[in-house]
Ligand binder design. Sequence first.
Ligand SMILES: NC(=O)c1ccc[n+]([C@@H]2O[C@H](COP(=O)([O-])OP(=O)(O)OC[C@H]3O[C@@H](n4cnc5c(N)ncnc54)[C@H](OP(=O)(O)O)[C@@H]3O)[C@@H](O)[C@H]2O)c1
Length: 247
Amino acid sequence: MSNWLILGAAGGIASALGRELAARGHALILADQKSMQERLEWNAADLKTRYRATVHTLQFDALDFDKHDELLNKAEELAGPLEGVLLTTGVMWDQEELQNDPDRARLHHDINYTSAMSLLGLVANRFEQRGGGQIVAIGSPAGDRGRQSNYLYGADKAALHVFMQGLRQRLAPAKVNVLTIKPGPTRTPMTEGMEKLPLPSMPERVAADIARAIDKRCDVVYVPWFWQWIMHVIRHIPEVIFKRLKM
Ligand SMILES: NC(=O)c1ccc[n+]([C@@H]2O[C@H](COP(=O)([O-])OP(=O)(O)OC[C@H]3O[C@@H](n4cnc5c(N)ncnc54)[C@H](OP(=O)(O)O)[C@@H]3O)[C@@H](O)[C@H]2O)c1
């Protein structure tokens, strides 16, 4: 049994992923912000009943940068040394609102990228010293090419992708695996009310694929797999054509 910290653990994909990891016998520390504590406690009780899992809960706000190190200390005090950290926190606010409000766009970037850089950077230093562990973060195909309808969210995820890439290369000699997951549109609270999602997946399917990628210590994984090929095509559309498309 190994200890996994899930950040953003009350979210749609993370809740399903908690069940996958608990079913594999891992002990879990579930962390999410104050407003999600009720859901977090419900998830913890469910995992204890269904899988007899060891589960702890913690309150954390990704924007409390000064408390990131303290959060990791608390998690290790509760459960012992961590084997893995899984970052699933994220927001996808309305693109037009963000375009018209740079302060809000900066906050969006801080939740989606700056907090990830801070937290996972601290985790990386710990795991590098120990010579092992796994760091997993959820990016998005939206980070593969900027589109007018969501380039601010996409830019956050592109930054996360490059950060994870660099971390992966740096930590390879220390035997720390760094995994980036890029899920296609998934039906979770984040996409609630978006009726026209292209090729949507359910969080359980996405979580099962992520858990398999963790087991295999993969590097970058699109879920479902076909998003890799869809994005391959989209990335290669010449700019002169791309800028005339409505996407
Ligand atoms: N759903 C999709 O189609 C999709 C596709 C590609 C990638 N992703 C990525 O997958 C990850 C999980 O998304 P999801 O679909 O499962 O969405 P979700 O259900 O909204 O989960 C995101 C979680 O992050 C939490 N969070 C937001 N701001 C936070 C903060 N400042 N501090 C701590 N926690 C915070 C949310 O809490 P609140 O609910 O209180 O905000 C929520 O529990 C995200 O990184 C998302 O960008 C999702």
